[in-house]
Write a protein that binds this ligand. Structure first.
Ligand code: GDD
Ligand code: MN
Length: 356
């Protein structure tokens, strides 16, 4: 490989003293041998095991920058923190725990030179493997991959969407705002980055010798929220709508059975409760920010969209059933789908229209 290639290797650490000191030495040897100019950016979250001190003591011998954050703030946000100080025109991201083989890095960098914008260290291409993972961990990983492939079309051609080992040209993410949520920063890169070609390079995902994994059960929930955040607005719209229906039924149940109110009153209150529930979640989650109108207008217009949803649903259902002799359930289902679609279109393009 030609010299002068400027690569920043970002390494997030939490309690990785034994591992990261070895990794730094390995990386240095490899980079010197391959004549690649490098820097290592370690982002530590104030690990109680003294990771930061150990890294610091190496920084006079190796080209290591150390960032210490006040507490454990998560893997993806650590990587983003490292990106802020990284100087390289090529960025590599890898775990500190030696599960990602450092020897693969020169080959991954070569693939960047030969036209790949992103190169993923991949366990699932020919030659790749996992050394030691429980059946549970494999199932979770495959499940997470499946969810990504269903909801995020850009991940579909990629074998190892869950990898935390990758190399990319800086331009891919320059000026792109990446969300620091959770573990899977590669998903952010694939869904938001600007690239033409993603390549995968086979790696062996090795066993951990020191320390332990930081991936807990809470990460599974966090992951699902992360993917939904990256998914199309319509996906969140449907999820909120479904939850809103449950809120509607629960309100009706509560008012009808526990407070014994008149049915028509419970219907109206349940309608308004679920409308406000949906509105709040669409504001905070489905659409989020950048709207062209004030919140009062959005609230009023959303009531209009919901009213239209309701009217069109009733009209279509009756029209199909009485006018065209369509089967009942099918008529009703068609009404629901049309009503829901109208609600979505109005919400997206009128109520929560974005500023230009
Ligand atoms: N700074 C910081 N803050 N670093 C963290 C944090 C954190 O909150 N949580 C984890 N890390 C660091 C670890 O110290 C390690 O270097 C790296 O992030 C990966 O964490 P592990 O706990 O070893 O993750 P894993 O082995 O379960 O998962 C890995 O394998 C996945 C493959 O499915 C990660 O690399 C994933 O990114 C990878 O996708
Ligand atoms: Mn690990």
């Amino acid at each position: 490989m030609s010299s002068g290639i400027d690569v920043s290797v970002i390494v997030p650490t939490y309690n990785e003293r034994e591992n990261v000191t070895r990794l730094i030495k390995f990386l240095h040897e490899i980079m010197v041998k391959e004549k690649i100019s490098y820097e290592i950016v370690v982002v530590d979250d104030n690990s109680p095991d003294g990771t930061a001190e150990a890294v610091k003591s190496l920084s006079h011998m190796y080209n290591v920058k150390l960032i210490v954050r006040p507490g454990k703030l998560g893997l993806a946000s650590a990587v983003l923190e490292g990106l802020k100080v990284a100087k390289g025109s090529i960025i590599a991201v890898m775990d500190a725990d030696l599960q990602h083989p450092p020897e693969a890095l020169p080959e991954m960098l070569k693939k960047v030179s030969s036209g790949c914008d992103v190169v993923i260290g991949s366990r699932y291409v020919k030659g790749g493997s996992i050394a030691e993972w429980s059946l549970f961990r494999r199932v979770v990983s495959r499940g997470a991959d499946l969810i990504a492939k269903i909801l995020l079309p850009k991940t579909r051609g990629i074998k190892d969407t869950m990898s935390g080992y990758f190399v990319l040209k800086r331009e891919v993410i320059d000026g792109v705002s990446l969300n620091p949520r959770g573990f899977k920063i590669l998903l952010e890169v694939i869904t938001k980055g600007r690239f033409k070609k993603v390549c995968e390079y086979p790696i062996e995902f090795r066993a951990r010798t020191w320390g332990e994994s930081k991936l807990g059960v809470g990460e599974v929930f966090n992951y699902i929220l992360h993917v939904l955040d990256l998914a199309h607005e319509a996906v969140r719209f449907v999820i909120v709508g479904t939850m809103g229906t449950l809120v509607n039924l629960a309100t009706l149940f509560f008012l009808g059975y526990l407070l014994s109110l008149e049915h028509w009153i419970t219907v109206l209150v349940a309608f308004e409760t679920s409308t406000l529930f949906n509105f709040t979640l669409h504001e905070l989650w489905t659409f989020k920010t950048g709207f062209s109108k004030g919140v009062g207008n959005r609230l009023a217009e959303f009531h209009g969209a919901v009213a239209l949803h309701f009217i069109s649903q009733v009209v279509i259902s009756n029209l199909l059933f009485y006018g065209y002799g369509v089967e009942r359930v099918l008529s009703q289902l068609s009404g629901i789908l049309v009503g829901f679609s109208l609600n979505y279109i109005l919400s997206k393009h009128v109520v929560w229209r974005r500023r230009r």
